[in-house]
Design a protein around this ligand. Structure first.
Ligand code: NCD
Length: 335
């Protein structure tokens, strides 16, 4: 468990505590205000212009990749990228661990998306045992975790509920492929840090939320409901977190896609079932789970989530490099 302002690697949702979440969200709010002016943007982009980051994204990604890329640019960090390991020495038989260790000699930060669960953790541990460790950010690891997505989701929920007592006591439903979706797994874990949040898991039987998550919720005393009936849940909850079926894993797990996706999708006419002030979220990319006709409904916040993602990543990187107090100080002096 980290203390408020102390973060080096960002690897799993379980590493955070509540004060850290509040601090990173406060910092993201301040950074957005600072970024409103040219002078503020110049200040931000001067902060880390002596640093270089490597984006090691060997699993498909454009939105998270660009979100991190933009976050680095805002802070002045120079980026290099590996998207396709076939162009690296791994084709000469080098292990991925050696590849990343080599990169760590050139860079000050590694941001990593990988198809293997725990890979970022393994790399961080390996680097910690060398004489040149660098921070590692997990930008999505297999079917397991996506901690920075969970941070941006919490940030979005906090902003959505800021005039309604915050996230505490809210009811939140996860819908879709909850077994193989890493975003909902990380967010379910992070929400355990809030008081009285009830979680609902709405999924086809073969893609229902993992037992490991349910056992964790029980251990920390979080109330939850596992169900297959979306319509029945829609009117009860304050937030709905839709996800797509992660069928890129079908070949690996031998699961088939014989599911009726309609049952786990929201159409325009379903919106009348939602509370008037509920929020509808999605980590994106979406397929047919949310009809585009819903995009202009004020309860649809998924485009806001994208923007929040970039700012929370700026805040995260700023905290890793211990710039948070400096940014708060600039903000107080300039406004
Ligand atoms: C998600 C992911 O990669 O896990 N995308 C994202 O980072 N926003 C969700 C998904 O691919 O369905």
């Amino acid at each position: 468990m980290i203390n408020n302002r102390k973060i080096f690697h960002c690897l799993t949702a379980q590493q955070f505590n509540r004060p850290f979440l509040e601090e990173i969200c406060d910092l993201a709010d301040v950074i957005r205000k600072v970024a409103n002016s040219k002078a503020g943007m110049e200040f931000l982009s001067s902060l880390l212009n002596h640093k270089r980051a490597m984006l090691y994204f060997v699993q498909p990604s454009t939105r998270t990749f660009l979100s991190f890329y933009s976050a680095c640019q805002i802070l002045g960090i120079k980026c290099a990228e590996v998207r396709d390991p076939r162009t690296s020495s791994e084709v000469k038989g080098e292990s991925e661990e050696d590849t990343v260790r080599t990169f760590s000699s050139y860079f000050d930060l590694i941001i990593m998306r990988h198809f293997k669960a725990n890979f970022a953790e393994k790399i961080a541990h390996m680097l910690d045992n060398t004489n040149r460790t660098v921070p590692v950010i997990n930008a999505g690891s297999g079917k397991d975790q996506h901690p920075t997505q969970a941070l941006l989701d919490v940030y979005t929920l906090r902003r959505s509920f800021q005039h309604r007592g915050g996230i505490d006591g809210k009811k939140i439903a996860f819908v879709g492929d909850l077994l193989r979706g890493r975003t909902n797994r990380s967010l379910a874990l992070l929400l355990t840090l809030f008081d009285g949040v009830k979680q609902y898991f709405v999924a086809p039987p073969q893609f229902q939320i993992g037992e490991d998550i349910l056992r964790y919720l029980e251990k920390v005393g979080v109330e939850y409901e596992v169900t297959y009936d979306l319509k029945q849940v829609l009117s009860q909850v304050d937030a709905i977190y839709m996800t797509r079926i992660q069928d890129e894993w079908d070949a690996e797990d031998g699961t088939t896609s014989e599911i009726d996706i309609e049952k786990y999708s929201i159409k325009k006419e379903d919106m009348s079932l939602l509370k008037p002030d509920a929020v509808l979220m999605h980590p994106l990319p979406r397929r047919q789970e949310i009809s585009p006709e819903i995009d202009n409904d004020p309860r649809a916040v998924y485009w806001r989530q994208v923007r929040n993602g970039m700012w929370i990543r700026v805040a995260l990187i700023a905290m890793i490099f211990k710039l948070d107090l400096y940014i708060h100080d600039y903000h107080i002096r300039s406004y």
